[in-house]
Design a protein around this ligand. Structure first.
Ligand code: SF4
Length: 294
């Protein structure tokens, strides 16, 4: 069972010092290690964005997909490798912009996988353009007069599409995020964990300090994550107004909604019950090729 250190590659992370990606990377390594998953028991698919560079820093099997297109190959993997746990790492611009259609349709299909969104509310990799979750009226390099659109509400969208596990984390609270990841990874259906991941270089409004002054945890007995209507209503509360004070603007993190026992997409595909390669008429041993490419 790999330790946290054994999930690290020799490559040094290229994220800006202080980036929220570091906290998410740490929580991911801790969750994988604490669950005791061997490296051949799961795969990680990355989208495109600063977060996607994590593909170079995490020593696991997986792939780096196209922008906005991480969910289709992840779904294909779900249907061909029932023996694997699947984790998808995407960004807000990646998954809620170009990939929004895939996000909605994956939510309503409920395949067994976890989707982690690095939600920094900006396009960080491409130097600070407005993303689908950028605050209303926030000035960015692509919207110097402020963003005119209201931000996409990922939690509300996922609950509306009946995703069976919907949670929000904060990159500045690694122990809490680690527990959220572990709950999501062991959920028997689609799990979304949208994580506020401050971009310290391009987003000067949604900072670690801004979130630290406002986040609070959804916990039993005060919060019942099986109440879908309450979860949807909570997702609609104002939490992205740039000028609201910590007293008037509180940001819930934790499991908004979960429903166990929902039939998965793959349950309706009988062929998906055994690994695809076992159905090949002439299985090939490609281990020598893989070794050569290492
Ligand atoms: Fe992180 Fe922003 Fe730097 Fe990208 S640009 S590595 S999101 S701080």
């Amino acid at each position: 069972m790999p330790t946290v250190k054994e999930f690290v590659t020799p490559l040094k992370p290229t994220w800006c010092p202080g980036c929220g990606n570091f906290g998410m990377w740490e929580a991911l390594k801790r969750a994988l290690s604490e669950l005791g998953w061997e490296k051949n028991e799961f795969a990680v698919i990355w989208g495109i964005g600063c977060h996607g560079n994590g593909a170079d820093f995490l020593d696991v099997q997986g792939m780096h997909a196209l922008h906005g297109r991480a969910l289709p190959p992840a779904t294909a993997l779900r249907l061909t490798r029932p023996d694997l746990q699947i984790i998808v790492e995407v960004g807000d611009g990646d998954s809620y912009g170009l990939g929004l259609g895939h996000f909605i349709h994956t939510a309503r299909r409920n395949p067994r996988m976890t989707v982690i969104t690095h939600d920094n509310q900006i396009y960080g990799l491409t130097t600070g353009q407005a993303s689908p979750t950028t605050d209303h009226l926030m000035p960015t390099v692509s919207t110097p007069g402020g963003v005119l659109e209201q931000p996409v509400n990922p939690i509300g969208l996922a609950i509306a599409e009946d995703a069976s596990f919907v949670a929000r984390g904060f990159a500045g609270d690694i122990p809490h995020l680690t527990e959220l990841y572990k709950a999501a990874f062991t959920h028997p259906g689609l799990a979304l964990v949208d994580v506020f991941q401050p971009c310290v270089t391009w987003n000067r409004l949604d900072t670690f300090q801004w979130f630290r002054e406002r986040v609070y945890k959804l916990e039993a007995p005060e919060w019942d994550p099986t109440d879908r209507s309450a979860a949807f209503e909570l997702s609609m509360t104002a939490f992205r107004e740039m000028h609201c004070s910590p007293e008037t603007c509180r940001v819930p993190i934790g499991i908004f909604y979960r429903r166990d026992g929902v039939v998965t997409y793959e349950a309706g595909v009988p062929a998906a019950s055994v690994p695809g390669w076992t159905r090949a008429e002439h299985p090939r041993d490609v281990s020598a090729l893989v070794d050569r490419l290492r």
